[in-house]
Design a protein around this ligand. Structure first.
Ligand SMILES: *Cc1c(COP(=O)(O)O)cnc(C)c1O
Length: 239
């Protein structure tokens, strides 16, 4: 397994470099997040040894278990782990302790809970706002034009223990790559519009693009691509 992950990382870095060249972008402007959900803690260790430092996990409990396993392991450096799955308010405190960023903030209620938990923990919690740009029922995220979204954007500068860094989205599953492209373009346009309207918010980060569509996301301005399958291979349990 270890050599497979090394090969996955090497090949992925090469195709990111090529995609950046085609898009006229600098590859140092795009962070690669290794999505290690469903894979064992050893897979994270291998990816760290292959030089990756940023990870995405989608469940609080799953990463809680892995982080305990990682405790006793000698690592080349501390991983930066982001939560990329839906967070229930009652797990906000645990998430604040475990993760370096929560990339799925999708309600004002959750923002207040994370802010409170971060204040109690004496830290400022980095977050991304997850925007739902697909009609798939199973996906979560803020609606791009809801009243809730507007209230959240207005409240955020007043939540002193949250640090907003940008937006995140998951494109709809579709064989037509232009569907993903339209979604990524929309996220970038929303970011520009929200940044103009809410000047106290920093929205520089655009987390978009997965194994099947990251080259398009790079063309559309992504600053963070989230790759699971491309690095670790297929997941046994689809999540
Ligand atoms: C699983 C997951 C990914 C990675 O998906 P791949 O297609 O395996 O690259 C990226 N983002 C989120 C939010 C995920 O849940």
């Amino acid at each position: 397994m270890s050599s497979d992950i090394y090969v996955g990382v090497t090949q992925t870095l090469e195709s990111i470099t090529n995609a950046c060249r085609r898009a006229g972008r600098n590859s140092s402007d795009i962070r690669l997040m290794a999505v290690s959900k469903t894979h064992p803690a050893e897979a994270m260790v291998e990816a760290l040894r292959a030089g990756l430092t940023l990870f995405g996990e989608n469940r609080v409990q799953e990463y809680e278990r892995k982080s305990r396993e990682l405790d006793g392991v000698e690592l080349p450096g501390a991983p930066e782990v982001h939560l990329i799955g839906h967070l229930q308010s009652n797990k906000a405190a645990r998430a604040v302790q475990l993760f370096q960023s929560i990339d799925t903030l999708d309600s004002l209620r959750l923002a207040k809970r994370i802010n409170e938990a971060a204040a109690k923990a004496g830290r400022v919690m980095p977050v991304l706002l997850e925007v739902k740009l697909s009609s798939e029922e199973s996906k979560s995220g803020l609606s791009p034009e809801g009243e809730e979204t507007e209230r959240l954007l207005e409240a955020l500068p007043g939540l002193a223990n949250l640090k907003v860094n940008g937006l995140m989205t998951v494109a709809p599953l579709d064989d037509d790559p232009e569907v993903a492209r339209a979604c990524f373009r929309r996220l970038r346009q929303l970011r520009d519009a929200w940044a103009a309207k809410h000047q106290r918010l920093d929205l520089h980060e655009l987390s978009m693009g997965m194994s099947g569509d990251y080259e398009i996301a790079i063309e559309e301005g992504s600053t963070m691509i989230r790759l699971g399958t491309a690095i670790f291979g297929a997941r046994e349990t689809p999540v």
